[in-house]
Design a protein around this ligand. Structure first.
Ligand code: HDE
Length: 711
């Protein structure tokens, strides 16, 4: 051993060298290179190797020409390590770059062979593994979790007849009707081209300029400006396949189908003020919530629902069911539940699984087919194409997260990063190699293979090639109106405020005015509120390509009308300080956990505080655990502690925010000084500790007019 390496090794041994090296390996204080071959470790996995299996003797020092000399090019260990590191990042998704994934299982809860021959739906109890990735759309991979944005809801079901990817969103409609406009839409919403901001925000000129010029976006705008776009938790949002798809049964009969994911925990959203504050308090709020819930065994679940209808019904509707800016009211076609998705396992490695997951709307299985929705048709190309540039190779299907779990074999060969090793000569078809005793490879399967559905009406279609939109696609406002008018008063006020906020960020006056002129076709009152909020004159009504009609309001479109009064999956922050009564805290905690909720203890200090009945450690420090992180709050404080805390901004803000965000505040008598300082006034949601369980974690919207101008 040369003197130089001798010295280096000595430095690796804590206590022996002059500068003990910290353990960065996370292996309990042992550095791999400290494990001498004679130390009794015979587990080959315990040794660091390079990517070709060569054991590494020293992972701290590069190879130098002399103790203080230059580094040698010969050092293949260093070169490989840096080379690999240099290429760790791959291009991020152009949209939906920030996402969080989890594994799970999907189970069929109702067999529907009369509707589809999809194997998974042939028998109740059929199940398959699943992987889901939730995402925001506009921001980059490192952006925040809580911007106002659409959320991606991409589901991959590894069925026994191949992967079925239902690549949906948490909003049932889309901004545009034709794939041709997608690059324009995305360019307009992402950071502005010259200045590189804003990140993860639609509140800027280019987005609203584009939107103002695209009346077909107005329905989706209502959703995007509603509380749907600021969800509280990924576990508490709906998912939608958006497009009309096809179910095809064994007799070859087709019906249209729209897919819905209904969260078992109910739908919850934040308020805008809360979303903004969460972005600062915990930019990973949603990702952490999902990861922690799954790790704790609170497995989020969704029911898969379908709306099924036929051509005759579709033809009678005042909208075109192929238009992805339209939904089908649940009051017209009820959502029937046919399955349940449970997410029960976090990923082991974020990059390998969540980042490398490649979803393809073109991944359907026999029994499920596409329709002529022009947006869907464009997506069928885009996703396959984008995976190649993102993952670098046409063999991205071989990455474990993307590979089907049923056998797959074909004559596709070679390409970058090929990991399969096909044997024999048969790499073409047809071949007659079997006659010579050689393996001849797989063959097509007309009986059970995927056969594209041909609708009766389409069989005789002369298939004209036209760059046109069907007539009913021109109704841009009826469903935007339906959505707006189906909301509660508070929800309508949130939409109006969101529009005022976003348009206030727009610098171009004509863009603001144009959007408001479109709102007049949706609802005059909404347009007036927004114009007043912007302090502009009400502009002339925009000309509508097709006059809007009134549709009966639909309760399924409102979050508040569906609110679920439950503690399940909800997180309650309990504030305590020196002298607090431990027994009260324990009783409350047990009751919340019994009701399915979880508790996070907050105190001015985390290390352990003297309380009545012992010492209590907090889960988080007050200033680092603002109340926006919880669904409801409670406090158990001695009057002196409350008095002292009422001089601390973080404590006062804790109550002020919870009150302002219409959350339940449960408190003991001792807290009063703080409540007074935070201007918390008594109402149905401000209750004594004993009444917390009865009150629950629902929002108290009746409070809102007292703290915010909803006009
Ligand atoms: Fe996407 N979309 N999209 N999209 N989309 C992508 O594919 C695209 C659309 C959706 O977690 C990209 O792999 C076009 C509607 C989700 O990995 C890209 C059009 C809906 C995800 C792409 C649409 C979605 C994507 C970027 C209009 C809801 C994230 C990375 C024709 C039904 C999937 C990637 C994940 C991702 C193209 C419209 C949902 C570029 C061309 C409508 C959930 O291929």
């Amino acid at each position: 051993m040369s003197p130089a390496s001798d010295n280096a090794l000595a430095q690796n041994r804590p206590g022996q060298g002059e500068t003990p090296v910290e353990d960065h390996a996370g292996n309990g204080g042992e550095l791999h290179q400290d494990i001498a071959p004679d130390a009794g470790h015979d587990d080959a996995d315990a040794y660091l190797t390079d990517n070709f299996g060569h054991r590494i003797a020293d992972n701290q020092n590069s190879l130098r020409a002399g103790e203080r000399g230059p580094t040698l090019l010969e050092d293949f260990v260093l070169r490989e390590k840096i080379f690999h590191f240099d290429h760790e990042r791959i291009p991020e998704r152009i949209v939906h770059a920030r996402g969080s994934g989890a594994h799970g299982v999907f189970e069929c809860t109702r067999a529907i062979p009369e509707l589809t021959k999809a194997s998974i739906f042939q028998k109740k109890g059929n199940s398959c593994p699943a992987f889901v990735r939730f995402s925001t759309v506009a921001g980059g991979a490192g952006s925040i979790d809580t911007p106002r944005d659409v959320r991606g809801f991409a589901v991959k079901l590894y069925t026994d007849s191949g992967n079925w990817d239902l690549v949906g969103n948490n909003i049932p409609v889309f901004f545009i009707q034709d794939a041709m406009k997608f690059p324009d839409l995305v360019h307009s919403v992402k950071m502005e081209a010259d200045r590189g901001y804003p990140q993860a925000a639609s509140a800027h000129d280019t987005f609203w300029d584009f939107i103002g010029l695209m009346p077909e976006a107005m329905h989706m705008i209502m959703w995007a400006m509603s509380d749907r776009a600021i969800p509280r938790s990924l576990r508490m949002m709906e998912g939608f396949g958006v497009h009309s798809f096809r179910f095809v049964n064994a007799r070859g009969e087709g019906r249209f189908v729209k897919f819905h994911w209904k969260p078992v925990l109910g739908i919850e959203s934040t308020t805008w003020d809360e979303a903004v504050k969460i972005a600062g308090a915990d930019p990973d709020f949603h990702r952490r919530d999902l990861f922690e819930a799954i790790a704790a065994g609170d497995h989020p679940q969704w029911d898969l629902g379908v709306q099924v209808f036929d051509e005759a019904w579709a033809a009678e509707q005042p909208y075109d069911i192929l238009d992805p800016t339209k939904l089908i009211p649940e009051e017209d076609i009820p959502v029937e539940i046919i399955g349940r998705l449970t997410l029960d396992r976090n990923v082991d490695n974020f990059f390998a699984e969540t980042e490398q997951a490649a979803f393809l709307p073109s991944n359907v299985i026999p029994g499920i087919d596409f329709t002529n929705d022009p947006l869907l048709q464009g997506r069928l190309f885009s996703y396959l194409d984008t995976q190649k540039s993102r993952l670098g190779t046409t063999n991205f299907h071989q990455i474990p997260i993307n590979a089907p779990k049923c056998p797959f074999h074909n004559f596709q060969r070679d390409g970058m990063m090929q990991t399969l090793v096909p044997t024999g000569r048969a790499n073409y078809e047809p071949n007659s190699l079997a006659e010579a005793g050689e393996a001849s490879g797989p063959r097509a399967c007309p009986e059970t293979g995927f056969a594209s559905f041909t609708a009766n009406a389409e069989r005789n279609d002369p298939a004209q090639k036209l760059r046109v939109r069907a007539e009913l696609f021109a109704d841009h406002y009826s469903q935007a109106r339906l959505f707006y008018r189906s909301q509660t008063g508070n929800e309508q006020a949130h939409i109006a405020s969101a529009l005022v906020f976003e348009l206030s960020k727009v610098q171009l006056g004509h863009v603001r005015a144009r959007v408001v002129s479109r709102l007049r076709n949706i609802d005059e009152d909404l347009a007036r509120r927004v114009a007043q909020g912007l302090a502009i004159d009400l502009p002339d009504k925009a000309k509508a390509a097709k006059a809007p009609i009134d549709m009966p309001p639909s309760d399924a479109l409102s979050i508040q009308k569906q609110a679920r009064d439950t503690l399940e999956g909800r997180k309650v922050g309990i504030l305590f300080a020196e002298g607090s009564d431990k027994a009260s805290i324990d009783t409350l905690k047990a009751a919340i956990e019994k009701a399915g909720g979880s508790v996070f203890l907050v105190a001015p200090k985390v290390g352990g505080i003297k309380v009545k009945g012992g010492t209590l450690k907090a889960d988080g420090q007050l200033a680092g655990s603002p109340s926006v992180l919880f669904d409801a709050i409670a406090s158990v404080l001695m009057p002196e502690a409350a008095e002292a805390l009422s001089k601390q901004g973080a404590a006062v803000q804790w109550f002020m925010d919870a009150y302002g965000h219409c959350k339940t505040i449960a408190h003991c008598k001792g807290t009063q000084a703080l409540l007074d300082k935070a201007n918390v006034e008594p109402d149905d949601g401000v209750v004594r500790i004993e009444d917390f369980i009865k009150t629950g974690a629902k929002r108290h919207w009746a409070r809102e007019p007292r703290i915010r101008d909803l006009a």
